[in-house]
Write a new protein. Structure first.
Length: 91
């Protein structure tokens, strides 16, 4: 009993602290893996992934619209320049 009390009073060594950290990391990893197996967690992860996919897809669709708009504007500008050149050539 006195030995146990002495151990409680003495601060842990670096090795003991490192062992405790390693053990906590292993336990934490195991708990995370167990949680991943639960259906609710699987469903939540699936929903998170879907939201990421939708966000990326929306950004791509918007980018495509912007590119198309810029292409049409450039085409109109070139048409205008060609028309001006045509009219100059007629004079």
């Amino acid at each position: 009993q006195l030995e146990e009390e002495r151990k409680l009073k003495v601060p842990p060594t670096e090795i003991e602290v490192e062992r405790a950290r390693a053990k906590a990391a292993v336990v934490s990893g195991a708990e995370r893996q167990l949680a991943e197996e639960l259906d609710d967690v699987k469903k939540m992860n699936q929903m998170m992934l879907y939201s990421k996919v939708v966000t990326i897809r929306d950004a791509q669709v918007n980018e495509k619209k912007i590119i198309e708009k810029e292409r049409k504007e450039e085409e109109q500008r070139l048409d205008m320049i060609m028309e001006i050149e045509r009219l100059k050539a007629l004079k």
